[in-house]
Design a protein around this ligand. Structure first.
Ligand code: EAX
Length: 331
């Protein structure tokens, strides 16, 4: 057998190979896998695309974003689990499903909390929003900022709904969230938790209705299968834009700052985009034949959920304290 000579080891080829491995990390981009459950054109995907555009340009190739949309890597709860483990780096996820991981997220979705978009921005971009983002670190998430789904409205295929009396017995699909189930139980409906998407279930009548912001009725063509819409605006639905804490802690501070700044810019862009489009959407949904109740008896809806702050759902002291602060801040 031929002996491995020192001369061979130091051959020019070996030297080049060694040098290549030494410097290669400098050339390889950091890939961010980002998960979401909705499709192109959706609120979540608009945030993700904008973030990709900003960060890839700003980092001059150091960061590459790969978007996994349409539940291709799982539903919202499953994406969050992958983010916790660090196999997925980021997500644009509706606030509702976070409450399985940290009940603090419930506070955002408290019924009839924010009076309008400006108030939602002011509070979620301020110190109370920061408390929520910080709290998520306890579950392995780096909460970065809030983008939006928007104010949620009820649709159904059974009857026109003007007051909570009309809701009685309706089978309403809700997100995987104890709070959302609680809200619809308090309103007298029959809430059924189900992950996104839900078109087939609505079409087949497994559920009578659902609740979501206007963009959803447009992008998912719910006007084809839901006759009635009521502008309940019962919950302001945020997305929490998150990263895996494990991954985040492994990044250089400059990179963290760049990511944080870029996702926040994307979120601000998307909130405005979403709001700018709402009037046109309402018009279009009516043209498509939806029967819209624009002035439901909101006072009656509010009265049905007025006691929710005293429910078991909010009994955790950290959650109760934040909810109290929030309710004071919106008044
Ligand atoms: O954005 O599950 C839901 O109802 C969410 O709002 C959905 O992801 C659409």
């Amino acid at each position: 057998m031929e002996k491995l000579s020192v001369k061979k080891l130091y051959s020019p080829f070996m030297l080049m190979l060694f040098l290549f491995f030494l410097i290669s990390p400098a050339f390889s981009a950091t890939e961010i896998k980002l998960g979401l459950v909705t499709k192109p054109g959706s609120a979540q995907n608009i945030v993700a695309e904008k973030f990709k555009e900003i960060i890839e340009q700003r980092s001059q190739g150091e960061i590459a974003v790969k978007i996994f949309h349409s539940s291709s890597i799982g539903n919202e709860t499953e994406i969050l689990q992958q983010i916790q483990m660090g196999s997925i780096q980021m997500g644009v996820i509706t606030s509702g499903p976070f409450d399985t991981f940290d009940p603090i997220a419930r506070v955002i979705d408290y019924p009839f909390l924010f009076k309008d978009n400006d108030q939602a921005d002011e509070i979620l971009d301020g110190p109370l929003g920061a408390e929520i983002l910080k709290s998520l670190e306890g579950s392995g998430f780096k909460g970065l900022c809030f983008s939006e789904n928007g104010f949620r409205n009820l649709t159904n295929n059974k009857k026109a709904v003007k007051s909570p009396d009309d809701v009685k017995g309706l089978k309403i699909r809700v997100m995987d969230s104890a709070l959302h189930q609680g809200i619809w139980k308090s309103l007298g409906a029959n809430p059924t938790p189900m992950p996104w998407p839900i078109y087939t279930e609505l079409e087949q009548g497994v559920i009578d209705g659902q609740e979501n912001p206007l963009w959803v009725m447009e992008v998912y063509k719910f006007y084809e299968i839901q006759k009635y819409m009521t502008m309940t605006r019962h919950v302001y639905s945020a997305h929490i834009d998150v990263a895996s804490l494990k991954w985040w802690n492994s990044l250089k501070p400059e990179l963290r700052e760049m990511i944080h700044k870029s996702i926040y810019e994307a979120a601000v862009f998307q909130r405005k985009d979403n709001r700018d489009k709402d009037a046109g959407r309402l018009k279009m949904l009516k043209e498509k034949g939806m029967q819209v109740e624009e002035n439901p008896d909101i006072a009656a809806f509010r009265a049905k959920v007025a006691d929710m702050k005293n429910m078991e759902l909010f009994s955790n002291p950290k959650v109760q304290t934040l909810l109290t602060k929030m309710l004071e801040a919106v008044n």
